[in-house]
Design a protein around this ligand. Structure first.
Ligand SMILES: Nc1ncnc2c1ncn2[C@@H]1O[C@H](COP(=O)(O)OP(=O)(O)OP(=O)(O)O)[C@@H](O)[C@H]1O
Length: 292
């Protein structure tokens, strides 16, 4: 297990969710991720799907932002675009001041499946990125060893992926994404394939890791508990075409633990979020039915 090193990011404040930004967030000058008027349209046999529709958002350095919304509302498409994986698009995406036109080593990505190299040990999976970026073997392995320590898998450094549990593999995938010391970590339902118990442990691990690496994280999830527990802000997306419906600031003190999940105030806020998502989900379903 990862050593506990909690640094409260914000002063203790009452439990509440509030609208994060009364003004368009894209006006913030020091954002590390800036999305301006982004639209992404896919050609499909029946015409076009507007996956993302004129979305603007900004993420500050060190922020943890979750994207939630009904299935098919464009969360993954938006995240992929931030990773430079989705072209062409209309609008503009800049990360650390540079336009996102292709994947970059300063932006790490973690998917629902770990996608590890099956023929490489844990250590070499994690060392792969630094090696590819020209680090010496010694340096790359040193980086890998530090991260293996951080994710609590020291005993498994020489193990091969197929011998690890799903949660352990996903920890390796996160370490591999961190090996290039990304300024931004993009995570697409990284715990979506895990059982509930492993998922809860992984959420705790990520909270601890995040305090240690201080990376900016954008996190896609279907799970509103997960979003509120982990995030500084939760962006709720609307059904197709994909738009940001609400931008909610999670004013919960850090360090956080799953104990907050039973707090009555938290539960009331969760209910508000779920109502919004349910309404959007119904709309998405009705739209799908109308098309098919
Ligand atoms: N490569 C593609 N070609 C055609 N349509 C696509 C493509 N990728 C996504 N879409 C469509 O774009 C819309 C948004 O998809 P996306 O995967 O981004 O949604 P999502 O919110 O991440 O969904 P889920 O929560 O189910 O993963 C959907 O209607 C989807 O069918």
């Amino acid at each position: 297990m990862v050593a506990m090193m909690h640094t409260p990011l914000r002063p203790t404040s009452p439990l509440r969710l509030v609208d994060a930004q009364p003004e368009p967030s894209s006006t913030a000058p020091e954002a590390i991720i800036r999305v301006e008027n982004l639209s992404i349209v896919f050609d499909v046999p029946r015409g076009e799907v507007i996956a993302v529709d004129r979305v603007s958002l900004a993420v500050m350095p060190g922020e943890f932002v979750s994207l939630v919304g009904p299935s098919g509302c464009g969360k993954s498409t938006l995240l992929n675009a931030m990773a430079g994986l989705e072209r062409p698009f209309e609008g503009e995406i800049t990360v650390a001041g540079k336009p996102m036109l292709a994947p970059r080593p300063d932006i790490g990505m973690v998917f629902q499946q770990p996608h590890l190299f099956p023929w490489k040990s844990v250590r070499r999976n994690i060392a792969h990125g630094p090696r590819a970026l020209g680090k010496s073997k010694t340096e790359a392995l040193r980086i890998a060893d530090d991260l293996i320590d951080m994710i609590g898998l020291t005993k498994f450094a020489s193990a091969y992926p197929h011998t690890l549990s799903g949660g352990m593999q996903q920890r390796v995938a996160i370490a591999r994404a961190l090996a290039n010391q990304p300024r931004v970590l993009l995570m697409d339902e990284p715990f979506g394939a895990l059982d509930a118990q492993t998922r809860a442990v992984m959420q705790d691990n990520l909270l601890e890791l995040r305090d240690r690496i201080n990376a900016t994280i954008v996190f896609v999830t279907h799970d509103i508990d997960e979003a509120i527990l982990l995030s500084d802000r939760v962006l709720i997306m609307s059904a197709g075409p994909g738009r940001i419906l609400r931008d909610l600031s999670v004013a919960l003190p850090r360090p956080r633990s799953s104990a907050i999940l039973t707090d009555p105030a938290y539960l009331a806020l969760k209910r508000d979020c779920l109502d919004l998502i349910r309404t959007e989900g119904r709309k998405a379903f009705e739209q799908m039915e109308a098309v098919t």
